[in-house]
Design a protein around this ligand. Structure first.
Ligand code: GTP
Ligand code: SPV
Ligand code: MN
Length: 660
């Protein structure tokens, strides 16, 4: 229990039996390179390098993984994380000593890190999945088209790439050994990973984002774990000076997943999803593969509880692309006094149908790595309270009185305070035309500090899900909310999601991108097979399938202003969904799905002047173009791997839109 016992199970969706827990990259290398003394050192010789923790306390498999990688990466010293407070103090001390963080005296145990400006977001173009069969990882695209649903490499080519990077990459540095659990320690739904990293910033952040420490090792015993190797890729002594004391190697960055070996190897970036390997790499990419194999779902979704004044409570999940509102919805302060929202998770959901056919979800994480800009007492007071202590901020601006600043906080800092921008510009003013904080600047903060954490947020059984919500940034054409006719139509809605690009990855500009299920950067396997997996849940009669919705908080008017106030006011949409799930007759069919009946959206007390007709309009031309774009996307990108059910849904939509 708690560990990964997947040795003999199938990996390939197409049905080939494969060894899914093969030797790690480092152990293969050490077997291959004969006659290299350093690599052939006996295991015992690394014990003297351990400065913190005891090698002998590690389960044998973990010890071997550490030993192999010490030989490969050649760190000077080793620190085995125990999760204690003493350890946290040590990490923070070392990070300050090295100039990677500084204290924020206005706040309580809060810290500011400024990165090299070249290392500020996930790097999708350098993120790969290596499997024997390309088709296990990505759909075969139409002739002449460049695939956009993930990057594949053969395991042999990947070995070559890794071999050019990892040998000796930790010279002069400390290797941190981080045993972590995704999900409550010991829960049957949880999984364990071991991250080896040469970044103390990663070690300190992983302690916040996941459950780290000795307890995890006890639960693991001699079970299998996801092997997570990370290096900033800057051995010492330095060849050139660092920028902001932030080691990184953008030129050689690679984020590699080897699902057949249960392994992640990430090189060159210290930031976010590139380096905190429990998050996107494990909980989504490797997680979705495990989910396909074992009959569950790993999704880029928040989980929230919503309770009405009669004490009736429901749980919803929602998938929005990166920087499109998950954290905000997950901990919203409802503008409707009749409702209370509680937070289970803000980014990732692991879900499975239980034996009674109820869909249950856990949040595999223990912290929030949330977008800072836009967060304020007005938009997200719960997040503001959460981040007031024990928080690591990265790439935000700082105030002269030792606090933080970013776009959106203009009304909450005294005018007399001076602001230093994330790039170090001392007397920053908006008139200078540059942003104070990087648009992907973030806070890393313990979930337990959020004042509205749900009482069941750590329940090993998970919470029962009654609605699934999809959404994105759609400036045009897409109504505030609509409901799928049924599960299959809902799966189509997820598949056809699109959204404006954001700063969470390297994409430039505000182009509208396809982002099916908000998972485009996070699919661990072929998107066509993923759709088949989602559709398969409707085949089991005992499954109580949640209703599925699409929302859009981001529609704009002619003047480029948001038509809907958003944030706490989104409770009005949750209320309508709540009542629909309860069976209330408050919807009317339209070409694209069920819309709220006139007057059924509770607008009582809404201060803003909202043009509801415009907000819910379904422009025929726009939707005809939408159907053409999606048909082209499916044809080119998913091609023969597109399940016929999805094409049928698209054709149905096309006919209904043409009849508008
Ligand atoms: P990731 O952590 O990247 O997965 O992002 P996320 O989906 O959690 O997005 P988050 O809630 O952090 O919101 C991203 C940005 O969108 C922030 O700047 C928010 O202020 C803004 N935002 C969130 N909800 C709303 C809304 O309802 N309306 C408007 N206009 N903006 C919103
Ligand atoms: C996202 O990009 O969806 C995030 C931030 O949640 S990161 O952890 O960098 O992936
Ligand atoms: Mn995210």
């Amino acid at each position: 229990m708690g560990s990964l016992d997947i040795k003999t199970k199938r990996l390939s969706v197409e049905g080939k039996l494969k060894d899914v827990n093969g030797p790690s990259f480092s152990s293969r290398i050490s077997q291959e390179i004969k006659g290299n003394n350093a690599l052939n050192r006996p295991y015992q010789s690394i014990a003297s390098q351990v400065l913190y923790g005891r090698l002998n306390d590690l389960p044998k498999k973990v010890r071997h993984y550490v030993e192999d990688n010490v030989k490969l990466c050649k760190p000077d010293t080793i620190h085995i994380c125990d999760g204690s407070e003493r350890e946290n103090e040590l990490l923070l001390y070392l990070l300050q000593r090295d100039g990677m963080i500084k204290p924020l005296p206005k706040m309580d145990n809060c810290w500011l890190a400024r990165t090299d400006p070249k290392d500020v977001a996930r790097v999708e173009s350098r993120t790969f999945i290596a499997t024997e069969e390309m088709r296990d990882t990505i759909p075969v695209v139409k002739n002449g088209v460049t695939g956009t649903l993930g990057n594949w490499m053969s395991p042999e080519d990947m070995d070559t790439e890794l071999n050019m990077r990892f040998p000796g990459c930790m010279k002069g540095r400390t290797m941190y050994v981080i045993p972590f659990s995704m999900g409550p320690v010991g829960s049957a739904l949880s999984k364990i990973g071991i991250e080896l990293t040469d970044s103390a910033y990663v070690a300190a952040s992983m302690r916040i984002m996941t459950r780290v420490g000795t307890k995890v090792l006890k639960t693991l015993g001699n079970g299998d774990f996801v092997k997570c190797l990370h290096s900033v890729g800057v051995p010492l002594p330095l060849k050139e000076p660092l920028n902001n004391n932030w080691p990184c190697n953008p030129k050689d960055t690679i984020i590699a997943h080897l699902p057949e070996r249960n392994e992640i190897c990430s090189f060159g970036s210290g930031y976010g999803g590139n380096s905190l390997l429990g998050k996107k790499c494990f909980a989504l990419r490797i997680g979705s593969i495990l989910g396909k194999r074992e009959g569950w779902l790993a999704e880029h979704m928040l989980i929230l509880g919503i309770e009405n004044s009669k004490g009736v409570k429901k749980y919803f999940v929602a998938a929005f692309p990166s920087a499109c509102g998950k954290t905000n919805l997950a901990m919203m302060k409802s503008a409707l006094p009749d409702y209370k929202v509680t937070c289970v998770g803000d980014d990732i959901a692991w879900m499975r149908f239980d034996k009674d056919g109820k869909l249950r979800a856990i949040n595999p994480e223990a912290g929030f790595f949330g977008v800072a800009p836009g967060t304020s007492m007005k938009t997200n007071p719960m997040a503001m309270e959460t981040i007031s202590r024990n928080t690591i901020f990265t790439n935000v601006a700082e105030t002269s009185d030792g606090g933080v600043f970013w776009e959106g906080l203009e009304g909450e800092v005294p005018r007399t305070t001076k602001i230093k921008s994330w790039l170090g510009v001392e007397d920053w003013h908006p008139e200078q035309g540059k942003q104070a904080a990087h648009p992907n600047s973030r806070f890393c903060t313990p979930a337990a500090q959020c004042p509205i954490m749900d009482e069941k947020w750590q329940d090993p059984e998970g919470v029962p899900i009654e609605a699934i919500i999809f959404g994105g940034r759609r400036p045009e054409g897409i109504p505030l909310v609509y409901e799928a006719f049924n599960w299959q139509h809902g799966v189509y809605m997820g598949a056809s999601m699109r959204s404006e690009a954001t700063a969470a990855a390297e994409h430039k500009g505000k182009v509208i991108m396809h982002d099916p299920f908000a998972m485009r950067p996070f699919f661990g396997y072929n998107f066509g097979h993923y759709l088949k997996h989602w559709l398969s849940f409707q085949d089991k009669e005992t499954n109580k399938l949640p209703k599925i919705y699409h929302v859009n908080w981001f529609r704009k008017d002619k003047n480029g202003r948001f038509m809907w106030p958003g944030f706490g006011e989104n409770a009005r949409v949750l209320d309508w969904i709540f009542r629909r799930v309860d069976g209330e007759d408050c919807a009317v069919p339209s070409a694209i799905g069920n819309l709220p009946k006139k007057g059924s959206l509770n607008l009582e007390g809404l201060q803003d002047n909202v043009d509801m007709d415009a907000l819910f309009s379904i422009p025929k031309d726009y939707w005809q173009q939408e159907v053409r774009d999606i048909a082209k996307y499916f044809d080119e990108q998913v091609h023969e791997d597109l399940p016929p059910e999805i094409m049928k849904e698209l054709r149905g939509l096309e006919a209904r839109v043409n009849a508008l």
